[in-house]
Ligand binder design. Structure first.
Ligand SMILES: [Zn+2]
Length: 187
């Protein structure tokens, strides 16, 4: 059995609390942390006041390809990569910090978050499993989420080319496009 110091144990508990507060499901906690399942369920109940929801996690990379989800996923993943590669955060820190930054950005641009923490976590897993890649948009040069074997050249991101039904949210898309290219430049 794994022997941990009290400090390490406390750190794991704080990580769990941070993830639960951001909306993590049990599967996320179980795969990211080493606390026992019983302790995590207890923590979940203490933090949320309810039992953790049961059921399977969403498992389709296609979800990230719809127009709005793709813009949000691209924004989050670019932030995650920046924190991990440039700011040298651990995977878990990049996930929680990146997700908080994403929520803050939604708040600033007065748009509802589309990506929940579990979707954000699954997105990172899909990239790690080489199911997804970042493709550079030939108009704004921002990188967006695409399937692994999708075309790489002369492709346009969702923010640059909103579908016509999204006319009302064109302004919001423009704001997101700016944020996306800002994230690009930072990364
Ligand atoms: Zn673009």
């Amino acid at each position: 059995m794994l022997k941990r110091s009290l400090t390490e144990d406390a750190q794991e508990v704080f990580r769990a609390i941070a993830l639960i507060e951001l909306g993590a499901r049990m599967q996320v906690l179980e795969s990211e942390l080493t606390l026992s399942r019983d302790r995590m369920i207890r923590l979940y109940r203490e933090v949320k006041g309810v039992s953790p929801p049961k059921g399977m996690l969403p498992f389709s990379a296609d979800w990230y390809m719809t127009w709005l989800a793709n813009i949000h996923a691209s924004l989050f993943y670019n932030t995650y990569l920046f924190l991990k590669n440039e700011a040298r955060c651990s995977h878990l820190d990049a996930l929680t910090k990146g997700y908080r930054l994403y929520l803050e950005h939604c708040q600033h641009s007065e748009t509802d978050p589309v990506l929940d923490l579990t979707r954000a976590w699954t997105l990172v897993r899909f990239f790690d499993a080489d199911m997804l890649q970042l493709t550079r948009c030939c108009r704004c040069s921002g990188k967006f989420v695409a399937h692994r074997h999708d075309l790489q050249h002369n492709v346009v991101c969702g923010a640059c080319q909103p579908p016509s039904r999204a006319g009302k949210t064109k302004k919001a898309a423009a704001a997101r496009r700016e944020a996306l290219s800002a994230a690009q430049q930072a990364a």
